[in-house]
Design a binder for this molecule. Structure first.
Ligand SMILES: [Zn+2]
Ligand SMILES: [Zn+2]
Length: 90
């Protein structure tokens, strides 16, 4: 049994209602252009992102997350993932 990621479509519609961005977990406002990411990964998945958050996700180095899957932690809007290394030093 193998699993794989299969991109179905990327759309940039305008939000007709409020959604939650799957990168920064804040609201996507009504009327805002967002990125809709439809793919198959062990089933159909549709996710919505602020367009700048989607860009940040693309710019994130997968090595930073030590995983081949996307980091599911909360990020700042539009900021790439830093791997969530421990803060507080320096
Ligand atoms: Zn966002
Ligand atoms: Zn992250």
């Amino acid at each position: 049994m193998s699993y794989g990621y299969w991109l179905l479509s990327l759309e940039t519609p305008k939000a007709r209602k409020e959604y939650t961005c799957q990168w920064c977990y804040t609201n996507i406002a009504i009327g805002e252009v967002y990125t809709k990411h439809n793919y198959i990964y062990d089933g159909f998945t549709s996710e919505k992102f602020h367009s700048d958050c989607y860009q940040a996700m693309q710019n994130t180095d997968n090595n930073a997350t030590n995983d081949d899957s996307r980091c599911m932690d909360r990020h700042k809007r539009g900021e790439v993932c830093d791997g969530h290394t421990a803060e507080g030093e320096g």
